[in-house]
Design a protein around this ligand. Sequence first.
Ligand code: TYM
Length: 339
Amino acid sequence: MEQNVTEQKKRIFSGVQPSGNITLGNYLGAIKNWVSLQDDYECIFAMMDLHTITVRQTPAELRKRTLELLALYIACGIDPEKCTLFIQSHNSAHAELAWVLNCYTYMGELQRMTQFKDKSARHADNINAGLFTYPVLMASDILLYQTDLVPVGKDQMQHIEICRDIAQRFNALYGDVFKIPEGLLVKSGAKIMSLQEPTKKMSKSDPNPKSFISMMDDFNVISKKIKSAVTDSEGIIEYRPDDENKAGINNLLSIMAVVTGSTPEDVAKNFSGEGYGTFKSAVADAVVDTIRPIREEYDRLIKDKAYLQQIYKNGAESSHRLAQRTLKKVYKKVGFIVD
Ligand code: TYM
């Protein structure tokens, strides 16, 4: 007998913080991957503004960057017809679930988070409770939507792990309330490194602008930054991922591989025997060629505020509807009166 079963698509949730210039790392490690997943999964992507205020923000700039991030998502190829796109603060369920889950998360596990350790070292004058409980809010973002997969860069994997731990702990107490999500990494590009200190990840909050490529940089600035990337004095183009001395070259090889759809090993083969100058010029051109069409689309979209507003309003509605199902279930389980 023929079975009439429509297979439900698996669900994906991810997001970027509008806390600074969106970098090539954010694009290659996360957003580019989302674009390739949107046909096969039910995708929800958000602008994670609640997370940004764990570090002081200038209010007008945060508002501006949140809208710019939405335009950038779409310019990168995220299709608002296929995906739900919303602003995190527009859906109060995120903060509400975070409160509940805070009561199911231990201080000890939060203390082990490397991002907390890094950020509290960098912002020693503002080690606030939000910075400490940040991973609980992130867990709430994911768990509210009964998410199957979370496509992120490598630096976020520890947060996915704690999210799974919190969900399993809650489920053990109350039954199958949350789906247990999995992190999803790209093969190459999951950790793009700083151009100036290639053993550190490329970060939008790096005080040295030469260390990262912003998706908003002028094309000649992008070229210059790549051409002045720190490498080594060996002068040999080889991919040696375990050799720290090669960190700069490994990073450029990885970048080149992702933007040209190749592998770092093959790129190294193609450039073997060439000088670093020639190689860097080729990487610069390939990166600019990748960013150019995105920027053209971005420039067009950012002028259309009404269109962007329509998208985030629709997104707020759909995300609210989906999130309420989980939140109601959670409230009921812990003993709150729900109706
Ligand atoms: P954020 O805003 O720091 O970064 C957004 C995404 O970009 C990835 N990424 C990188 N990938 C490769 N190389 C790099 N150098 C690099 N830098 C950043 C990040 O891994 C991430 O996927 N906490 C998150 C935002 C968040 C979130 C969520 C993500 C909040 N709630 C729920 C997924 C699900 C963050 O700060 O990402």
